[in-house]
Design a protein around this ligand. Structure first.
Ligand code: DAT
Ligand code: MG
Length: 149
């Protein structure tokens, strides 16, 4: 089992895309284990995007992430880190395939509506940054035997 961190950025929340996006992960069969709405501070956004601090768009990106409510969640499933990124689509929505979240719902890279961890290490770090351990809920879904066989 893998866990990954997914965030609907302020543009996705403001555009009323929360249910559309969450439903794509739910319908896939991924298990939701944590979810909350937060307005991150700029300092928090800088921590989240620390890998990008040398990039010219870093400050604008962190201003944007901290500009309003973000829907933070953790989903759990086999293969969820890499395949979750596939469902999200390429970073630049003008290059994302149709059928992906960014391909279907976003237009430009600075308003690409969603974040997903890009590997096992970042997933672990991002879950720890955004959630306390007690916020991750452990439960059995009755659908599991129909999803995994
Ligand atoms: P991703 O969000 O697909 O993991 P990333 O980690 O490379 O992409 O970059 C984080 C965010 O930074 C991305 O979602 C949007 C923004 N970004 C990336 N490249 C950019 C660029 N060339 N100009 C402006 N913003 C950019
Ligand atoms: Mg990234």
């Amino acid at each position: 089992m893998e866990r990954t961190f997914i965030a609907i950025k302020p543009d996705g929340v403001q555009r009323g895309l929360v249910s559309e996006i969450v439903s794509r992960f739910e319908r896939k069969g991924y298990k939701l284990v944590a979810i909350k709405l937060v307005v991150p501070s700029k300092q928090f956004a800088e921590k989240h995007y620390h890998d990008l601090k040398e990039r010219p768009f870093f400050s604008g990106l962190c201003d944007f992430l901290s500009s309003g409510p973000v829907l933070a969640m953790v989903i759990k499933s086999p293969h969820v880190i890499k395949y979750g990124r596939k469902l999200i689509g390429a970073t630049d929505p003008s290059k994302s395939e149709p059928g992906t979240i960014r391909g279907d719902l976003a237009v430009v890279v600075v308003r690409n509506i969603i974040h997903g961890s890009d590997g096992p290490e970042t997933a672990k770090d991002e879950i720890a940054l955004w959630f306390q351990p007690k916020e991750l809920v452990s439960y059995t879904s009755n659908e599991e035997k129909w999803i995994y066989g």
